[in-house]
Ligand binder design. Structure first.
Ligand SMILES: C[S@@+](CC[C@H](N)C(=O)[O-])C[C@H]1O[C@@H](n2cnc3c(N)ncnc32)[C@H](O)[C@@H]1O
Length: 455
């Protein structure tokens, strides 16, 4: 039995309406202008739909809210209150169980995860905007990923979740958004899609350690790795060669395993065919991660400290993970970096720069130029009677980044004007640097978006 279960059996399940009803509801939502709660938290509709504040029925004036089971009569005569949360995010409408009832431990064990959570926002903005032929949203919940991928034009989109309730909400959300072709299935991880392969697989599965309040959407084994590990070890069976996997995961590191190392290990023998890109959004001390997230009682916090000690956990890392299965036999790439805003366009451009295996070979002949997003800060100081120049480079694309140029390369930038090849730049530098350092540094400057390589 889980906390709050006894009180829950009356959680409302919205009715799947007719296409006409969904069309009418969508038009009404567009007309009344339900905003993203992040942008207008005090909007009356946001207060109604995501903070459960009752309103007079006549003020809302939309009978479908009650007809479809999204609202019920409130205690005050003539007023209604929502029975689920309804959000507008990324231009989509998403219905889930109520965040407030989940927080209060009053929601069912299989409550549908509210997509307004921080992790889901990261997940939604990091998903590809280009259409994939076939796409799978695994552990879909309210199916925000399936909706994004269907809207991007995927030919076939499947959402699957262990919870029947989530599968029902996914169907509801697909129809509400006028994307009825999304297939919504129930099953344990890949169970419902055995024997099928997809060009794109997206997942934000449960990844929280098994402490405290238990919901199906939350907990995933002693340190939260059970379901991510199962998904990644089965992934090669379900992903087409050339396909990609996109996830938001929080994983723990220890002295012997980084996030990318764990993922490569879980992929097993097929791992050497996968490029792994880890875009770290939040890194914390493992000991602080659980107590901060859950605000748990003392004994829970003590038990978590014991787990950290026994398993040697060092850091907790919340990341957007992108894996690409390459069809050739070239060596696999692993790249990891911190990002504040993991938007798809940046991720895509970063991956392209890192997958360009020809960069090293083209550096000698290709012309070097400043990237359009580059800015440079030069300063000099006097030390022991000598003038020391420092050059700091800043780029905003693909991700905001800064780095100091090694002193031997301080004359590099004025030479990178698009007319000189790498070899000519090296020859023209006032202080001849060590060659290996020069090529390593220039390659990295190109891959990180400080310099461009033309031709
Ligand atoms: C953290 S929620 C995320 C939901 C959704 N992907 C999102 O981003 O909003 C995790 C989801 O995984 C589902 N889940 C839990 N265990 C699962 C399993 N073994 N197989 C498939 N889905 C599972 C839960 O029901 C829940 O909907």
């Amino acid at each position: 039995m889980f906390p709050g279960c006894a009180t829950l059996n009356h959680a409302m399940t919205p009715r799947i309406g007719t296409p006409e009803e969904f069309h009418e509801l969508r038009e009404w939502l567009d007309k009344v202008g339900l905003p993203d709660e992040r942008e207008q938290p005090d909007h009356p509709l946001v207060r109604f739909f995501s903070r459960s504040q009752p309103r007079p029925r006549s003020e809302l004036g939309q009978p479908l809210l009650e007809d479809l089971g999204l609202a019920v009569p409130a205690d005050t005569e003539g007023w209604i209150r929502p029975s689920v949360d309804l959000y507008r995010m990324a231009g989509l409408y998403l219905v889930s169980d109520s965040f407030a009832s989940i927080q209060a431990g009053m929601a069912p064990f299989d409550a549908v995860f509210p997509p307004s959570a921080f992790g889901t926002r990261l997940f939604m903005r990091s998903l590809p905007k280009e259409p994939a032929p076939t796409a799978l949203d695994l552990c879909a919940g309210a199916a925000p990923a399936a909706l994004i991928l269907a809207r991007a034009g995927a030919r076939e989109v499947t959402a699957t979740d262990l919870s029947h309730r989530a599968a029902h909400f996914a169907t509801f959300n697909a129809r509400l958004n006028g994307l009825p072709r999304i297939e919504s299935l129930q099953g344990d991880t890949f169970e419902a899609v055995r024997g099928r392969k997809f060009h794109l697989i997206a997942a934000q599965p449960p990844f929280i350690p098994d402490f405290g309040q238990k919901y199906m959407f939350l907990n995933s084994g002693e340190i939260g790795h059970t379901i991510p590990q199962r998904i990644l070890s089965e992934l090669p069976e379900y992903l087409e060669p050339g396909g990609s996997f996109h996830a938001v995961l929080s994983l723990f590191e220890d002295a012997s395993a980084t996030v990318s190392g764990r993922i490569r290990g879980w992929l097993g023998e097929a791992g050497d065919r996968f490029d792994i890109f880890v875009f770290e959004r939040l890194r914390r001390n493992a000991r602080d991660a659980f107590s901060m997230e859950q605000g748990e009682k003392e004994e829970t916090a003590a038990a978590w400290q014991e787990v950290c000690e026994r398993r040697g956990l060092t850091d907790s890392v919340l990341s957007v993970i992108v894996l690409q299965r390459h069809a050739s036999t070239r060596p696999a790439i692993t790249a990891s970096r911190h990002v504040d805003a993991p938007d798809w366009e940046r991720i895509r451009d970063y991956i392209a720069l890192h997958q360009d295996t020809g960069i090293a070979a083209r550096l000698r002949e290709g012309k070097l130029a400043d990237a359009p997003s580059l800015s440079v800060l030069s300063s000099s100081r006097h030390e022991d009677g000598r003038e020391i120049e420092t050059v700091e480079l800043y780029t905003s694309h693909p991700f905001p980044d800064r780095r100091a140029l090694p002193a031997e390369l301080s004359g590099l930038l004025p030479l990178c004007d698009g007319t000189r090849s790498g070899a000519e730049v090296l020859a023209a530098l006032p202080q001849r640097p060590e060659e290996a350092l020069f090529w390593r540094e220039v390659e990295s400057l190109v891959r990180e978006g400080f310099l461009e390589l033309r031709g």
